[in-house]
Design a protein around this ligand. Structure first.
Ligand code: KDO
Length: 330
């Protein structure tokens, strides 16, 4: 009898632990990201999003890919093992190739352009596909920043003027097809690697460089193990705040409205913080001894754009969408 009762107690505890609802009936939203706790997106989500939904949900972030490996988050949400991530167009393109349009070099022009595109009717079919086929709701667009080429070599050893100068350079890029293609389109030799391994790879010389926006170069301390940044601005990079659609469907209409507003507010705070950092950090990085300079941007732009012509990526883009995206820019 005693044993049975204890067994029942253990079973009850296990059942309670396995549900996303805690004892106080709040839903727990676990977010997994490769980003650090000090990344501006992480800060805004923790300081703006979490408190705004605290009446009905507990926001539980996991940083530095400590819960789910980079690139596996969407699958985890789809299978019910995770509620949230800060996903990318490159990751979504692994499931839906048409998302590669948002991962293509020199398409987005700036942060405001990203917001206009995300809120435009052209996004509806993209968002609907992700919801119905992956059970993932894209809540808001986050600004990561302009990605540049950041190398171990000093500018004296290697000056990057055109894509030809990157020939043979082992450039770490994240590990999806869209990222690898972009690395190749830049003229480099792309090497796939998880974000959390990049610092050590730069330190030991197993790669020559990496590409990320200036705030990430500083946050991840890549400046300690690199000597130059060629300001290629090859991708005005974005992320989407992604939420399990099943979790969303379990909320009341009021809660959904609060959560949506919280995600938008966090994205806006993070965007402004990231933009301010991009402006400020050239001075910081120069002081740290890095050479920071602009290559021949026209040469990079035309070379990168030419590489996409006739590819499977371009073939997957819905007709007219590139023109619609361009029309929303300057
Ligand atoms: C990266 O792996 O280089 C990248 O910048 C890719 C982005 O999509 C984003 O996931 C980011 O890493 C992480 O959030 C770490 O900042």
């Amino acid at each position: 009898m005693k044993t049975t009762r204890r067994a029942f107690g253990v079973l009850t505890a296990a059942l309670l632990a396995s549900t996303a609802f805690a004892a106080d009936d709040k839903v727990t939203l676990r977010l997994s990201t490769p980003a650090s706790e000090t990344d501006q997106r992480s800060i805004a989500l923790a300081e703006v999003f979490g408190p705004a939904i605290a009446d009905f949900a507990t926001y539980e972030p996991h940083y530095n890919s400590s819960l789910i490996a980079q690139g596996a988050e969407l699958e985890s949400i789809a299978s019910g093992d995770l509620e949230m991530s800060i996903t990318s167009a490159q990751e979504l393109a692994q499931f839906f190739p048409e998302f590669s349009i948002f991962a293509t070099g020199y398409v987005h022009q700036d942060a405001a352009h990203q917001v206009a595109v995300f809120n435009a009717p052209l996004m509806d079919s993209f968002k609907n596909t992700v919801e119905s086929e992956l059970d993932v709701k894209l809540l808001s667009v986050m600004y990561l920043g302009r990605r540049h080429v950041n190398l171990r070599q000093s500018k004296d050893e290697l000056t990057v003027t055109t894509p030809a100068d990157l020939a043979g350079v082992n450039l770490r890029m994240p590990g999806t097809d869209a990222w690898q293609f972009l690395g190749k389109a830049l003229g480099a030799n792309p090497t796939p690697m998880a974000f959390t391994e990049v610092y050590t790879a730069l330190q030991t010389g197993s790669v020559d460089g990496q590409d990320n926006p200036l705030p990430t170069v500083v946050d991840a301390k890549f400046y300690e193990v690199t000597k130059q940044i060629a300001l290629t601005s090859h991708l005005v990079d974005l992320n989407y705040i992604a939420l399990s659609k099943s979790t969303w469907d379990g909320l009341s209409a009021d809660q959904q409205a609060t959560l949506q507003a919280a995600a938008d507010a966090a994205a806006e705070v993070a965007r402004q913080a990231q933009l301010a950092k991009e402006d400020d950090l050239v001075a910081f990085l120069t002081e740290k001894g890095l050479d920071i300079y602009e290559p021949d941007l026209a040469a990079f732009r035309s070379h990168v754009q030419e590489q996409y012509v006739g590819t499977d990526f371009a073939a997957s883009w819905p007709e007219g969408v590139l023109a619609d995206i361009n029309a929303l820019g300057n």
